[in-house]
Design a protein around this ligand. Sequence first.
Ligand code: MN
Length: 224
Amino acid sequence: MKKNNKVFLILSLIAISFILLIPSYLSKANNNSPTTSNKDEVEKFTLKPLPYKYNALEPYIDKKTMQIHHTKHQQAYVDNLNKALAKYPELYKKTAEELISNTNALPLDIKQAVINNAGGVSNHEFFWTVMSPEHNQKPHGNLLRAINDTFGCFDKFKEEFSSKALSNFGSGWTWLVKDSNNKLSIMNTANQDSPISLSYTPILGIDVWEHAYYLKYQNRRAEY
Ligand code: MN
């Protein structure tokens, strides 16, 4: 056999063995993935659906912003929370709110990751529920009375809330909260920090991270 023919034969054999091996590799890969994801002992955090369609808040918040915010940003908080808890699977049993309500009880090596990502999960799940496609809804009853008592009137509250949100430097949230004595106040938090960690109950919250408005409003936070 000539040298060239020999080389050709060897190359062909290598190629054939690859072709024969590929299907068995693929079927192995397919067999492996469902077993690992189905046999989780604990229920991990999942992305909860929005309470309305992605375009429901238009023209104020556009569909694309809502889609990215929910399926990319909120999903990332869910995934990173699951990752952080992997070493402490008993913590999967807690809700995001339970995890952030006593941050000093968290294992030190995952404390900040849980504050960031359980905060991210809780804040966003809450945020979607305080917005509604029904326009111009106003608080009523006890809440309106408490707002009037604390801020003078509803318009005055809106003014104070907006200016607090505009003064929130960088990425964070602005909140209307109540304390354990049902006293209302407006506060800013940084990053994904939640008022729940400070023993407040959120009543209203606005996400002032740029990802919440940048596609439509760019630098115009006030308009958002
Ligand atoms: Mn956000």
